[in-house]
Design a protein around this ligand. Sequence first.
Ligand SMILES: [Zn+2]
Length: 433
Amino acid sequence: MIFQPELETMPAEERAELQRRRLRELLTRLKAVDSGYWREKLADVGPDDGIEGLPYTRKQELLEHYPYAMLAVPLGQTVRVHGSSGTRHKPTIVAYTEGDVSVFADVNARSIGCAGGTAEDVLHVAYGYGLFTGGLGLHYGGERLGATVVPASGGNAAFQVQLLADLGATGICCTPSFAYLLAERAADEGVRDRIRLRYGVLGAEPWSESLRRKIEDAWGELDACDIYGLSEVIGPGVAMECRENKGGLHVFDDHFYPEVVDPETGEATEGLGELVLTTLTKEALPVIRYRTGDVTQLLPGDCTCGRTHPRIARFSGRVDDMLVIRGVNVFPSAIEAALLEHPGVGGQYAIVVDRRPTMPELEVHAELSSGDLLAQRDEVRRSLEAVLEQRLHLRVTAIVADPGGLPRQEIGKAKRVFERTDETDELLQLTGG
Ligand SMILES: [Zn+2]
Protein backbone atom coordinates (compact mmCIF):
# COMPACT_ATOMS: atom_id res chain seq x y z
CA MET A 1 0.00 0.00 0.00
CA ILE A 2 1.06 3.61 -0.50
CA PHE A 3 1.25 4.99 3.05
CA GLN A 4 1.29 8.73 2.23
CA PRO A 5 -0.26 8.89 -1.26
CA GLU A 6 -0.40 12.70 -1.43
CA LEU A 7 3.38 12.88 -0.86
CA GLU A 8 4.47 9.67 -2.56
CA THR A 9 2.60 10.33 -5.82
CA MET A 10 3.07 14.11 -5.88
CA PRO A 11 3.71 15.49 -9.39
CA ALA A 12 7.41 16.15 -10.00
CA GLU A 13 7.02 19.93 -10.42
CA GLU A 14 5.10 20.26 -7.17
CA ARG A 15 7.73 18.28 -5.32
CA ALA A 16 10.53 20.36 -6.83
CA GLU A 17 8.83 23.47 -5.44
CA LEU A 18 8.48 21.79 -2.01
CA GLN A 19 12.19 20.91 -2.09
CA ARG A 20 13.22 24.48 -2.95
CA ARG A 21 11.10 25.84 -0.11
CA ARG A 22 12.43 23.30 2.38
CA LEU A 23 16.04 23.94 1.38
CA ARG A 24 15.56 27.69 1.84
CA GLU A 25 14.00 27.12 5.28
CA LEU A 26 16.81 24.75 6.26
CA LEU A 27 19.57 27.17 5.25
CA THR A 28 17.84 30.09 6.96
CA ARG A 29 17.51 28.08 10.15
CA LEU A 30 21.07 26.73 10.09
CA LYS A 31 22.61 30.15 9.49
CA ALA A 32 20.97 31.32 12.73
CA VAL A 33 22.26 28.40 14.85
CA ASP A 34 24.80 29.36 17.51
CA SER A 35 27.41 26.77 16.53
CA GLY A 36 31.00 27.03 15.36
CA TYR A 37 30.47 24.10 13.02
CA TRP A 38 27.49 25.60 11.20
CA ARG A 39 28.97 29.13 11.08
CA GLU A 40 32.05 27.78 9.34
CA LYS A 41 30.14 25.35 7.10
CA LEU A 42 27.75 27.97 5.76
CA ALA A 43 30.03 31.04 5.86
CA ASP A 44 29.81 31.54 2.08
CA VAL A 45 26.25 30.32 1.65
CA GLY A 46 23.10 32.41 1.21
CA PRO A 47 19.59 31.14 1.97
CA ASP A 48 18.64 31.26 -1.73
CA ASP A 49 21.65 29.28 -2.97
CA GLY A 50 20.85 26.18 -5.01
CA ILE A 51 21.95 22.81 -3.71
CA GLU A 52 24.76 22.47 -6.29
CA GLY A 53 26.54 25.47 -4.77
CA LEU A 54 26.62 24.09 -1.22
CA PRO A 55 29.72 22.53 0.36
CA TYR A 56 29.98 18.77 0.79
CA THR A 57 29.90 17.01 4.16
CA ARG A 58 32.08 13.98 4.89
CA LYS A 59 31.93 11.32 7.58
CA GLN A 60 35.18 12.61 9.04
CA GLU A 61 33.33 15.75 10.17
CA LEU A 62 30.96 13.69 12.33
CA LEU A 63 33.92 11.99 13.97
CA GLU A 64 35.74 15.28 14.53
CA HIS A 65 32.65 16.83 16.13
CA TYR A 66 31.85 13.80 18.30
CA PRO A 67 29.48 13.61 20.03
CA TYR A 68 27.31 16.74 19.85
CA ALA A 69 29.16 19.61 18.15
CA MET A 70 27.22 19.30 14.86
CA LEU A 71 23.81 19.54 16.53
CA ALA A 72 21.61 22.30 15.15
CA VAL A 73 19.30 22.38 18.20
CA PRO A 74 20.05 22.48 21.96
CA LEU A 75 20.59 18.97 23.35
CA GLY A 76 17.49 19.48 25.52
CA GLN A 77 15.33 19.50 22.39
CA THR A 78 16.49 16.06 21.28
CA VAL A 79 14.67 12.92 22.41
CA ARG A 80 16.94 10.12 21.16
CA VAL A 81 20.43 9.27 19.95
CA HIS A 82 21.59 6.47 17.70
CA GLY A 83 25.07 5.56 16.61
CA SER A 84 26.97 3.47 14.14
CA SER A 85 29.15 0.82 15.72
CA GLY A 86 32.69 2.07 16.10
CA THR A 87 35.15 -0.67 15.37
CA ARG A 88 38.50 1.08 15.36
CA HIS A 89 37.46 4.55 16.43
CA LYS A 90 34.62 6.22 18.26
CA PRO A 91 31.07 5.54 17.06
CA THR A 92 29.28 8.14 14.95
CA ILE A 93 26.59 9.63 17.18
CA VAL A 94 23.42 11.07 15.65
CA ALA A 95 20.52 12.73 17.48
CA TYR A 96 16.81 13.19 16.81
CA THR A 97 14.14 15.66 17.87
CA GLU A 98 10.57 14.54 18.33
CA GLY A 99 9.92 15.79 14.79
CA ASP A 100 12.86 13.75 13.44
CA VAL A 101 11.57 10.60 15.15
CA SER A 102 8.21 11.23 13.51
CA VAL A 103 9.72 11.63 10.01
CA PHE A 104 11.82 8.52 10.70
CA ALA A 105 8.61 6.59 11.45
CA ASP A 106 6.88 7.98 8.32
CA VAL A 107 9.64 7.00 5.89
CA ASN A 108 9.85 3.52 7.39
CA ALA A 109 6.08 3.13 7.18
CA ARG A 110 6.38 4.13 3.50
CA SER A 111 9.16 1.56 3.07
CA ILE A 112 7.15 -1.28 4.58
CA GLY A 113 4.25 -0.22 2.34
CA CYS A 114 6.59 -0.37 -0.69
CA ALA A 115 7.31 -4.03 0.08
CA GLY A 116 3.58 -4.78 0.28
CA GLY A 117 2.91 -4.15 3.99
CA THR A 118 -0.47 -3.05 5.37
CA ALA A 119 -2.02 -2.13 8.72
CA GLU A 120 -3.39 -5.69 8.97
CA ASP A 121 0.05 -7.30 9.13
CA VAL A 122 1.93 -8.94 11.95
CA LEU A 123 5.40 -7.53 11.33
CA HIS A 124 8.43 -9.37 12.70
CA VAL A 125 11.39 -7.01 13.24
CA ALA A 126 14.63 -8.97 13.53
CA TYR A 127 17.08 -6.10 13.08
CA GLY A 128 19.15 -5.38 16.18
CA TYR A 129 17.56 -3.03 18.71
CA GLY A 130 19.95 -0.59 20.34
CA LEU A 131 22.25 2.16 19.17
CA PHE A 132 21.93 0.72 15.64
CA THR A 133 19.08 2.43 13.76
CA GLY A 134 17.66 -0.72 12.14
CA GLY A 135 15.54 -2.19 14.94
CA LEU A 136 13.87 0.94 16.28
CA GLY A 137 13.61 2.48 12.80
CA LEU A 138 11.50 -0.34 11.35
CA HIS A 139 9.72 -0.82 14.69
CA TYR A 140 8.36 2.74 14.71
CA GLY A 141 7.64 2.47 10.99
CA GLY A 142 5.58 -0.68 11.51
CA GLU A 143 3.61 0.91 14.34
CA ARG A 144 3.08 4.07 12.27
CA LEU A 145 1.68 1.92 9.47
CA GLY A 146 -0.69 0.33 11.98
CA ALA A 147 0.83 -3.15 11.86
CA THR A 148 1.24 -5.41 14.91
CA VAL A 149 4.97 -5.25 15.52
CA VAL A 150 6.95 -8.11 17.07
CA PRO A 151 10.28 -6.69 18.37
CA ALA A 152 12.23 -9.92 17.99
CA SER A 153 15.66 -8.24 17.53
CA GLY A 154 18.61 -10.37 16.33
CA GLY A 155 19.89 -13.83 17.24
CA ASN A 156 18.35 -17.12 18.39
CA ALA A 157 17.05 -18.29 15.01
CA ALA A 158 15.31 -21.42 16.34
CA PHE A 159 13.17 -19.32 18.69
CA GLN A 160 12.52 -16.73 15.96
CA VAL A 161 11.06 -19.26 13.52
CA GLN A 162 8.71 -20.50 16.27
CA LEU A 163 7.57 -16.89 16.80
CA LEU A 164 7.09 -16.40 13.03
CA ALA A 165 4.87 -19.47 12.92
CA ASP A 166 2.95 -19.00 16.19
CA LEU A 167 2.28 -15.25 15.91
CA GLY A 168 1.37 -15.40 12.22
CA ALA A 169 3.90 -12.93 10.83
CA THR A 170 3.19 -11.79 7.27
CA GLY A 171 6.15 -9.38 7.00
CA ILE A 172 9.75 -9.55 8.19
CA CYS A 173 12.44 -6.88 8.56
CA CYS A 174 16.02 -8.12 8.87
CA THR A 175 19.28 -8.48 6.97
CA PRO A 176 19.06 -10.56 3.76
CA SER A 177 21.51 -13.12 5.11
CA PHE A 178 19.36 -13.57 8.25
CA ALA A 179 16.21 -13.92 6.12
CA TYR A 180 17.89 -16.80 4.29
CA LEU A 181 19.22 -18.38 7.48
CA LEU A 182 15.73 -18.26 9.02
CA ALA A 183 14.28 -20.06 5.98
CA GLU A 184 16.78 -22.88 6.43
CA ARG A 185 16.13 -23.01 10.16
CA ALA A 186 12.36 -23.07 9.65
CA ALA A 187 12.78 -26.14 7.43
CA ASP A 188 15.05 -27.80 10.04
CA GLU A 189 12.58 -27.10 12.84
CA GLY A 190 9.64 -28.41 10.81
CA VAL A 191 7.68 -25.12 11.01
CA ARG A 192 8.24 -23.96 7.42
CA ASP A 193 4.68 -24.88 6.35
CA ARG A 194 3.12 -22.87 9.19
CA ILE A 195 4.88 -19.60 8.23
CA ARG A 196 3.05 -17.22 5.88
CA LEU A 197 5.55 -14.47 5.12
CA ARG A 198 4.51 -12.30 2.15
CA TYR A 199 7.32 -9.76 2.11
CA GLY A 200 10.71 -8.90 3.53
CA VAL A 201 12.21 -5.45 4.16
CA LEU A 202 15.83 -6.44 3.82
CA GLY A 203 18.94 -4.31 4.13
CA ALA A 204 21.91 -3.14 6.23
CA GLU A 205 24.31 -5.24 4.15
CA PRO A 206 25.12 -5.49 0.43
CA TRP A 207 23.33 -8.35 -1.34
CA SER A 208 23.04 -9.66 -4.87
CA GLU A 209 20.18 -10.60 -7.19
CA SER A 210 21.18 -14.23 -6.78
CA LEU A 211 20.71 -14.01 -3.00
CA ARG A 212 17.33 -12.38 -3.63
CA ARG A 213 16.31 -15.37 -5.76
CA LYS A 214 17.52 -17.80 -3.09
CA ILE A 215 15.54 -16.00 -0.36
CA GLU A 216 12.38 -15.79 -2.47
CA ASP A 217 12.65 -19.46 -3.50
CA ALA A 218 13.31 -20.57 0.07
CA TRP A 219 10.22 -18.76 1.42
CA GLY A 220 7.95 -19.43 -1.54
CA GLU A 221 5.53 -16.48 -1.54
CA LEU A 222 7.84 -13.77 -0.25
CA ASP A 223 8.76 -10.50 -2.04
CA ALA A 224 12.33 -9.72 -0.93
CA CYS A 225 12.75 -5.93 -1.19
CA ASP A 226 15.87 -3.86 -0.58
CA ILE A 227 15.82 -1.00 1.96
CA TYR A 228 18.59 1.60 2.13
CA GLY A 229 19.62 4.08 4.73
CA LEU A 230 22.47 5.29 6.88
CA SER A 231 22.46 6.67 10.38
CA GLU A 232 24.22 9.88 9.32
CA VAL A 233 21.15 10.73 7.20
CA ILE A 234 18.42 9.20 9.43
CA GLY A 235 18.79 5.39 9.39
CA PRO A 236 16.75 2.95 7.27
CA GLY A 237 14.01 4.49 5.14
CA VAL A 238 16.08 6.82 2.95
CA ALA A 239 15.23 4.72 -0.11
CA MET A 240 13.24 1.56 -0.74
CA GLU A 241 12.43 -0.87 -3.54
CA CYS A 242 8.77 -1.35 -4.37
CA ARG A 243 7.61 -4.91 -4.95
CA GLU A 244 6.35 -3.94 -8.43
CA ASN A 245 9.81 -3.05 -9.74
CA LYS A 246 12.65 -4.70 -7.91
CA GLY A 247 16.01 -3.40 -9.03
CA GLY A 248 15.51 0.30 -8.28
CA LEU A 249 14.94 2.06 -4.98
CA HIS A 250 12.60 5.04 -4.57
CA VAL A 251 14.41 7.85 -2.76
CA PHE A 252 12.05 9.72 -0.42
CA ASP A 253 13.32 13.00 -1.75
CA ASP A 254 10.80 15.24 -0.04
CA HIS A 255 13.08 14.57 2.98
CA PHE A 256 16.38 13.36 1.48
CA TYR A 257 17.58 15.12 -1.67
CA PRO A 258 19.75 12.81 -3.79
CA GLU A 259 22.57 13.66 -6.18
CA VAL A 260 24.96 11.29 -7.95
CA VAL A 261 28.42 12.77 -8.48
CA ASP A 262 31.77 11.76 -9.87
CA PRO A 263 33.72 10.88 -6.70
CA GLU A 264 36.92 12.42 -8.12
CA THR A 265 35.61 15.75 -9.38
CA GLY A 266 32.37 16.17 -7.41
CA GLU A 267 30.55 17.00 -10.67
CA ALA A 268 27.06 15.60 -11.31
CA THR A 269 27.07 12.44 -13.45
CA GLU A 270 24.38 10.48 -15.27
CA GLY A 271 26.31 7.23 -15.01
CA LEU A 272 27.55 5.40 -11.94
CA GLY A 273 28.82 7.68 -9.21
CA GLU A 274 28.71 8.44 -5.51
CA LEU A 275 25.34 9.02 -3.85
CA VAL A 276 25.19 12.39 -2.08
CA LEU A 277 22.28 13.19 0.23
CA THR A 278 20.96 16.40 1.78
CA THR A 279 18.43 16.18 4.61
CA LEU A 280 15.78 18.78 3.82
CA THR A 281 13.75 18.37 7.02
CA LYS A 282 16.07 17.01 9.72
CA GLU A 283 16.08 19.22 12.82
CA ALA A 284 18.62 17.91 15.32
CA LEU A 285 21.40 16.87 12.95
CA PRO A 286 20.93 17.94 9.34
CA VAL A 287 23.61 17.04 6.80
CA ILE A 288 24.32 19.09 3.68
CA ARG A 289 25.43 17.14 0.59
CA TYR A 290 26.63 14.16 2.59
CA ARG A 291 29.10 11.95 0.69
CA THR A 292 27.76 8.45 1.39
CA GLY A 293 30.60 6.57 -0.34
CA ASP A 294 27.93 4.32 -1.90
CA VAL A 295 27.99 3.82 -5.68
CA THR A 296 24.74 3.98 -7.67
CA GLN A 297 23.07 5.86 -10.52
CA LEU A 298 19.77 7.63 -11.03
CA LEU A 299 17.29 5.55 -13.05
CA PRO A 300 15.23 7.21 -15.78
CA GLY A 301 11.50 6.76 -16.31
CA ASP A 302 8.36 6.41 -14.21
CA CYS A 303 7.59 3.48 -11.93
CA THR A 304 4.46 1.40 -12.49
CA CYS A 305 3.71 1.39 -8.74
CA GLY A 306 2.47 4.98 -9.03
CA ARG A 307 5.06 6.54 -6.74
CA THR A 308 6.78 9.58 -8.24
CA HIS A 309 9.84 9.48 -5.99
CA PRO A 310 12.89 9.11 -8.26
CA ARG A 311 14.69 5.79 -8.27
CA ILE A 312 18.33 4.86 -7.83
CA ALA A 313 19.88 1.59 -8.96
CA ARG A 314 20.72 -1.06 -6.40
CA PHE A 315 24.14 -0.31 -4.95
CA SER A 316 27.19 -1.50 -6.78
CA GLY A 317 29.87 -1.23 -4.14
CA ARG A 318 31.77 1.53 -2.42
CA VAL A 319 33.63 4.49 -3.86
CA ASP A 320 36.77 3.10 -2.18
CA ASP A 321 36.71 0.23 -4.71
CA MET A 322 36.83 2.61 -7.70
CA LEU A 323 39.80 2.38 -10.07
CA VAL A 324 41.09 5.34 -12.03
CA ILE A 325 42.50 4.13 -15.36
CA ARG A 326 43.85 6.76 -17.77
CA GLY A 327 41.70 9.36 -16.06
CA VAL A 328 38.52 7.28 -16.39
CA ASN A 329 36.66 6.09 -13.27
CA VAL A 330 36.05 2.35 -13.42
CA PHE A 331 33.84 0.50 -10.96
CA PRO A 332 34.64 -3.24 -10.74
CA SER A 333 30.88 -3.79 -10.34
CA ALA A 334 30.29 -2.34 -13.84
CA ILE A 335 32.72 -4.89 -15.28
CA GLU A 336 30.99 -7.66 -13.34
CA ALA A 337 27.60 -6.57 -14.66
CA ALA A 338 28.85 -6.58 -18.28
CA LEU A 339 30.33 -10.06 -17.82
CA LEU A 340 27.25 -11.55 -16.13
CA GLU A 341 25.07 -10.32 -18.98
CA HIS A 342 27.30 -11.82 -21.69
CA PRO A 343 25.98 -15.28 -22.65
CA GLY A 344 29.41 -16.49 -23.79
CA VAL A 345 31.18 -16.19 -20.43
CA GLY A 346 30.61 -17.56 -16.92
CA GLY A 347 30.49 -15.76 -13.58
CA GLN A 348 34.17 -16.13 -12.66
CA TYR A 349 36.41 -13.21 -13.53
CA ALA A 350 39.53 -11.30 -12.62
CA ILE A 351 40.48 -7.68 -13.27
CA VAL A 352 44.18 -6.91 -13.70
CA VAL A 353 45.49 -3.37 -13.47
CA ASP A 354 48.71 -3.45 -15.42
CA ARG A 355 50.88 -0.65 -14.05
CA ARG A 356 53.98 -1.45 -16.07
CA PRO A 357 53.25 1.03 -18.88
CA THR A 358 53.42 4.77 -18.11
CA MET A 359 49.61 4.89 -18.24
CA PRO A 360 48.00 1.91 -16.47
CA GLU A 361 46.04 -0.54 -18.61
CA LEU A 362 43.07 -2.75 -17.83
CA GLU A 363 42.91 -6.46 -18.51
CA VAL A 364 39.75 -8.48 -17.88
CA HIS A 365 40.00 -12.25 -17.52
CA ALA A 366 36.84 -14.29 -18.05
CA GLU A 367 35.94 -17.91 -18.73
CA LEU A 368 33.89 -19.46 -21.52
CA SER A 369 30.50 -20.44 -20.16
CA SER A 370 30.59 -23.81 -21.89
CA GLY A 371 33.00 -26.19 -23.59
CA ASP A 372 30.83 -25.98 -26.72
CA LEU A 373 32.14 -22.46 -27.28
CA LEU A 374 35.84 -23.36 -27.54
CA ALA A 375 35.84 -22.74 -31.30
CA GLN A 376 34.24 -19.30 -30.82
CA ARG A 377 36.69 -18.04 -28.21
CA ASP A 378 37.97 -15.23 -30.45
CA GLU A 379 34.47 -14.07 -31.25
CA VAL A 380 33.51 -14.04 -27.55
CA ARG A 381 36.68 -12.11 -26.72
CA ARG A 382 36.02 -9.46 -29.37
CA SER A 383 32.41 -8.94 -28.39
CA LEU A 384 33.39 -8.74 -24.71
CA GLU A 385 35.97 -6.08 -25.51
CA ALA A 386 33.38 -4.14 -27.50
CA VAL A 387 30.82 -4.25 -24.68
CA LEU A 388 33.39 -3.24 -22.06
CA GLU A 389 34.69 -0.36 -24.19
CA GLN A 390 31.16 0.89 -24.71
CA ARG A 391 30.29 0.63 -21.00
CA LEU A 392 33.54 1.89 -19.50
CA HIS A 393 34.58 4.38 -22.22
CA LEU A 394 37.99 2.77 -22.10
CA ARG A 395 39.89 0.25 -24.19
CA VAL A 396 40.13 -3.03 -22.31
CA THR A 397 42.03 -6.20 -23.17
CA ALA A 398 39.88 -9.29 -22.61
CA ILE A 399 41.37 -12.73 -22.08
CA VAL A 400 38.94 -15.63 -22.28
CA ALA A 401 39.99 -18.86 -20.58
CA ASP A 402 38.51 -22.38 -20.84
CA PRO A 403 35.57 -23.18 -18.56
CA GLY A 404 37.06 -23.62 -15.06
CA GLY A 405 40.31 -22.02 -16.23
CA LEU A 406 40.47 -19.20 -13.66
CA PRO A 407 41.65 -19.80 -10.09
CA ARG A 408 38.88 -20.39 -7.50
CA GLN A 409 39.08 -18.73 -4.10
CA GLU A 410 37.22 -20.67 -1.47
CA ILE A 411 38.01 -18.67 1.64
CA GLY A 412 36.37 -15.32 2.43
CA LYS A 413 35.27 -12.66 -0.03
CA ALA A 414 36.70 -13.35 -3.48
CA LYS A 415 39.44 -10.97 -4.58
CA ARG A 416 38.61 -9.61 -8.04
CA VAL A 417 41.12 -6.85 -8.68
CA PHE A 418 44.80 -7.67 -9.08
CA GLU A 419 47.83 -5.44 -9.54
CA ARG A 420 50.64 -6.08 -11.98
CA THR A 421 53.86 -4.11 -11.63
CA ASP A 422 57.46 -4.71 -12.70
CA GLU A 423 57.99 -6.49 -9.38
CA THR A 424 54.82 -8.54 -8.87
CA ASP A 425 51.90 -10.10 -10.70
CA GLU A 426 49.19 -10.89 -8.15
CA LEU A 427 46.99 -12.96 -10.43
CA LEU A 428 49.93 -15.06 -11.60
CA GLN A 429 50.86 -15.68 -7.95
CA LEU A 430 47.32 -16.89 -7.22
CA THR A 431 47.48 -19.42 -10.04
CA GLY A 432 50.81 -20.62 -8.64
CA GLY A 433 52.72 -19.39 -11.69
ZN1 LIG B 1 7.77 1.84 -7.62
